[in-house]
Design a protein around this ligand. Structure first.
Ligand SMILES: NC(=O)c1ccc[n+]([C@@H]2O[C@H](COP(=O)([O-])OP(=O)(O)OC[C@H]3O[C@@H](n4cnc5c(N)ncnc54)[C@H](O)[C@@H]3O)[C@@H](O)[C@H]2O)c1
Length: 396
């Protein structure tokens, strides 16, 4: 490409804002964010003015129809990913899609009951949708960039460098990953209809994608073909509906969940017999934790993407620092804490956008693409089937 990559962002919320900040950090590839669309013009306008985006809309179709736009960046609620991916691909636009690529969002069920749909039915529908995505992407050769920041985080990249060396004589036996915090800021996350699931689809989706990526990477390096997920078993619950929670008073944990789980565990058996165990939960106070441990036959790696301890701070009365950002989902600034000097950097947001812009400008594949996004969705929904049927679910 000998002109700037032109980007249109759809979604003007939390993720839209950190994507915008990441575009400002791209180097070596000229990039222009030319438009942003929200559900309402007010939110789109606010972000556009803050980040100097010339056009803002209350209808995303202006972005799809704008022939000058090369890339559509989807930072909308999960239920909108699939239809917008299909529309963008058919319009010949490259796509950046936030996690997860898609899910089950209901057909005719009342809003609050989508989460009670038999999970087998969900898996069947999700598989049909994935087939359609594959077909549409094959007919429209645009790039699909899957925005899973974990795989771009500097700590993850360092671990990959070390593991690649260790693959000479060693193998990954087990991966343990967890993303937890005290509950989503987004109201839509409380409804299966909008989010396509609870803590598993929203939080565990990150460590699961990281685990799938690592075993795929290991397989390709060592055997020339990916090691993939073979079997899944899982457990989920809404902990705010337990007896224990009913008796609790003044908990700062998020409440008001409609038909989604707030705690999840999913175990994968990979095709080489090794295991990955992943957690996603809304029961953690003190700020978001995103961590992973990789146990190999010849080494061990463990790292955190957030709640890093580069900076230490102690205060009794936090009033003077109330408007200072510390860490995602940290409830209080009182006492001892570790404000992250650059959380978006440690989480890998600028790095993923950098890779996507290079992939588009130089016509190469992004590190995280369609295959990973699709495999994750299938694993998540096989996980939900496993919860309902109380047994391991085969993916073969
Ligand atoms: N990678 C990460 O760490 C991470 C973190 C947060 C969110 N996300 C993902 O980002 C996506 C958005 O989440 P969020 O936290 O920003 O939610 P949010 O509620 O803060 O923002 C969603 C935005 O989408 C807009 N929107 C809704 N319907 C729309 C429509 N029809 N057309 C245009 N805009 C519309 C809303 O107006 C809102 O501005 C989700 O898929 C979520 O999974 C990823």
């Amino acid at each position: 490409m000998n002109r700037p990559v032109k980007v249109g962002i759809i979604g003007a919320g939390f993720a839209g804002a950190f994507h915008l900040r990441s575009y400002r950090q791209v180097y070596g590839v000229p990039v222009e964010v030319v438009a942003i669309a929200g559900k309402t013009k007010i939110r789109a306008e606010k972000l556009a003015k803050t980040y100097n985006v010339p056009n803002y809309y209350d209808d995303y179709r202006y972005i799809i129809d704008d022939k000058s736009i090369d890339v559509v960046d989807l930072v909308v609620p999960n239920a909108l990913h699939l239809p917008m991916v299909l529309e963008a691909a058919r319009a010949g636009k490259h796509i950046i899609c936030e996690k997860p690529l898609t899910g089950y969002f209901g057909r005719k069920e009342p809003d609050d009951e989508v989460g009670t749909t038999p999970k087998r039915e969900m898996l069947v529908k999700v598989r049909e949708d994935l087939k359609l995505v594959r077909k549409v992407m094959a007919e429209n050769p645009v790039k699909f960039c899957y925005a899973d920041n974990w795989i771009y985080a500097p700590a993850f990249k360092k671990a990959l460098e070390l593991m690649e060396k260790c693959f000479v004589s060693g193998s990954i036996l087990e991966i343990r990953g967890d993303e937890s915090h005290s509950g989503s800021h987004a109201e839509y996350a409380k409804y299966w209809k909008h989010a396509g699931g609870g803590a598993m689809a929203r939080l565990a989706a990150h460590p699961i994608a990281a685990g799938l990526f690592l075993k795929q990477y290991e397989g390709e390096k060592k055997y020339g073909k990916p090691v993939t997920a073979k079997e899944v078993w899982a457990d989920t619950v809404d902990l705010t509906r337990t007896e224990a929670f009913k008796h609790a008073k003044n908990s700062p944990l998020g409440t008001g969940w409609k038909d989604v789980e707030t705690w999840s565990q999913l175990t994968i058996t990979f095709t080489d017999g090794t295991r990955g165990i992943f957690f996603g939960a809304d029961d953690l106070l003190g700020g978001m934790e995103s961590e992973i441990e990789i146990r190999m036959t010849n080494c061990r790696l463990k790292f955190r993407l957030c709640l890093v301890r580069d900076c230490q701070f102690y205060i009794v009365d936090p009033a003077p620092v109330e408007d200072v950002y510390f860490n995602e989902k940290q409830e209080t600034r009182a006492g001892l804490s570790f404000p992250n000097p650059d959380e978006e950097w440690t989480l890998g947001y600028p790095h993923e956008i950098q890779d996507f812009m290079e992939a588009i400008a130089y016509n190469r594949a992004p590190l995280t693409g369609l295959e990973l996004a699709m495999q994750l969705v299938e694993v998540l929904y096989a996980g939900y089937v496993s919860c309902e049927e109380g047994r391991k679910i085969s993916l073969e």
